[in-house]
Design a protein around this ligand. Structure first.
Ligand SMILES: Cc1ncc(C[n+]2csc(CCOP(=O)(O)OP(=O)(O)O)c2C)c(N)n1
Length: 336
């Protein structure tokens, strides 16, 4: 079963009442995510940030399109590539930078770092360093919402590498049996860790959820308007008790597996990277659509970019100057 979004021929936008403020909000969110992650890369290259981080630059339309279709109290869970998900669901730039730099003001008092940021205040139940690890948490949150009759929906973000993890199949089975309000969002960025995904995943990706009878949709993940419209329909289904869905978003990450993965021609070509950057960029795609329908002028978009850059610079500055947690709490809130 598949619900296709109708496209207006002239504008190439999904057929709907165009809400200028909403499109601008999505533009702003994507620009903020990109600026945040470019700064993370800079902090790493200048040895200001300890450890590594996994950048989602190129995948911004998935995080933003999905989260835009959710309410503030809906749940998300994220993976190791989670900065975009966190920001799109209302995360604070200051607290995220502080966490990445190991500072007390961070989301986990500086003890979790990039892959463990959670922000329950905005429904973000957490990033997760274990591939596929958050599937159980998201499905549990959906089960809880159903039992409490709250109409909340849970979204589980993961890369296609999670399709190799057994937990995902256990919980998709339960979710379909119990008609849980959950959307499994699979971001296929073409690679697992240094490995083309076809070398690790047999068959069609969508055959896996289909085996459970789960409703499946597949979208071009570089177009935030398509991701948003499709997710909105899936959220409606879930809120009305129609059960889980699986959303496959076809996307690409511009950077390597993590910030240190610089020399990567042995597993993917520079031509391929250039092609995605120049022909499938999510921010550029939305820019062209917005300008085409005459909703807004280029200089207004440039203003948004400048504001985002300013927010990111001041967030990083805040974190650099923030204090570390006191040595006395080195063994608190951590598990050995
Ligand atoms: C259970 C488990 N196995 C292996 C790893 C090492 N690992 C970290 S990220 C990753 C690749 C994940 O690929 P994918 O889910 O497609 O996400 P992407 O990195 O492409 O965004 C692997 C194998 C891990 N963290 N957890």
């Amino acid at each position: 079963m598949s619900t296709k979004t109708k496209i207006d021929e002239k504008s190439q936008m999904p057929k709907m009442v165009l809400d200028v403020e909403q499109w601008l909000h999505m533009y702003r969110q994507m620009v903020r995510i990109r600026a945040f992650e470019e700064k993370v890369n800079e902090l790493y290259l200048n040895a200001i940030m300890p450890g590594l981080a996994h950048l989602s630059i190129g995948q911004e339309a998935v995080a933003v399109g999905v989260c835009e279709a959710l309410n503030h109290d809906d749940y998300i869970t994220s993976n190791h590539r989670g900065h975009g998900h966190c920001l799109a669901k209302g995360g604070s730039v200051d607290k995220m930078f502080a966490e990445l730099l190991g500072k007390e003001a961070g989301y986990c008092r500086g003890k979790g770092g990039s892959m463990h940021i959670a922000n329950p205040d905005s429904g973000n139940l957490g990033a997760n360093a274990i591939v596929g690890g958050s599937a159980g948490i998201a499905t549990g949150a959906a089960f809880s919402a159903q039992r409490r009759n709250t109409q909340q929906v849970a979204v589980c973000f993961f890369g296609e590498g999670s399709l190799g993890e057994g937990l995902l199949y256990e919980v998709m089975n339960m979710a379909q049996l119990w008609k849980l309000p959950i959307i499994y969002v699979c971001e296929n960025n073409l690679y697992n860790e240094y490995t083309p995904y076809e070398e690790a995943t047999a068959g069609e990706l969508t055959d896996r959820p289909k085996a459970f009878g789960i409703h499946v949709e597949e979208v071009y993940g570089q177009d935030v308007t398509l991701v948003y419209e499709t997710t909105k329909q899936l959220v409606e289904r879930a809120r009305h008790g129609e059960g889980p869905a699986f959303l496959l978003c076809n996307t690409y990450r511009y950077h390597g597996h993590h910030v240190g993965d610089i020399d990567r021609v042995y597993y993917r070509s520079k031509d391929e990277e250039l092609e995605w950057r120049t022909k499938h960029d999510p921010i550029q795609t939305l820019t062209e659509k917005i300008i085409k329908v005459g909703m807004i002028k280029q200089d207004q978009l440039e203003k948004i970019q400048a504001e985002a850059k300013q927010e990111i610079e001041s967030g990083a500055e805040f974190a650099i100057n923030a204090p570390y947690p006191d040595l006395s709490e080195v063994d608190q809130n951590v598990y050995f």
